[in-house]
Design a protein around this ligand. Structure first.
Ligand SMILES: [Zn+2]
Ligand SMILES: [Zn+2]
Length: 149
C-alpha cells in the first residue's frame, strides 16, 4: 500500500468491524444472484471488488459463512451487517467484494453493470442503461442493455 493509493473505508452498523480497501476496485457491479439476496435480505446487491491483498480489516473480525465451495460471505457477528463476498474471482484473482452499502462514502464508486440479471426478482429493476449480463460472463455480451421490456 502506498500513500498515493486511494483508500475506501467502511464497516458494519455497530462499528465492531471496520475495513479499508486500497487502490482501484477490479469490479463494481450490481449482483442479482439468489445467494447475495439471501445474505442481505435485499432485492439486489451493489458490490465493489478488490484484490484480496488490498483489503484489510482494521477493527474487529468479520465472521465468514461458507455459502459454497471456496466462497465466504462476511458479516458482523454482533449486528448482522452483511460485509463481503470473498473467493476466487477467476481471471480477476482472489477477491474481496465489499457490499457497497457498508462504505463510509458509498457514492465514491459507481456500478458499471448488472450481473446474474437472469436471477433478478420479477418486480425489481433499476433505472439506467447499464449493461445487463445473464451471468457474470462478459464475453457473452449483455443480453439486455436497457431496462425496458
Ligand atoms: Zn457490527
Ligand atoms: Zn451475487
Amino acid at each position: 500500500m502506498t500513500d498515493t493509493e486511494k483508500t475506501f473505508c467502511g464497516g458494519c452498523m455497530c462499528g465492531a468491524v471496520r475495513y479499508e480497501a486500497a487502490g482501484e476496485p477490479v469490479s463494481v457491479i450490481y449482483c442479482h444472484c439468489e445467494s447475495c439476496r439471501r445474505h442481505t435480505g435485499a432485492p439486489v446487491s451493489a458490490l465493489a471488488g478488490f484484490s484480496r491483498d488490498n483489503v484489510r480489516f482494521t477493527k474487529g473480525e468479520r465472521k465468514l459463512y461458507a455459502s459454497s465451495e471456496g466462497v465466504g460471505r462476511g458479516f458482523c457477528a454482533d449486528c448482522g451487517t452483511t460485509l463481503t463476498w470473498e473467493g476466487d474471482g477467476e481471471e480477476l484473482g482472489p477477491l474481496v467484494e465489499i457490499h457497497m452499502g457498508t462504505l463510509d462514502d458509498p457514492g465514491a464508486l459507481t456500478p458499471s453493470c448488472h450481473v446474474r440479471h437472469d436471477e433478478r426478482i420479477s418486480w425489481f429493476d433499476t433505472a439506467g442503461k447499464l449493461p445487463r449480463y445473464r451471468e457474470w460472463e462478459v464475453e457473452e455480451g449483455p443480453y439486455r442493455s436497457d431496462p425496458a421490456g
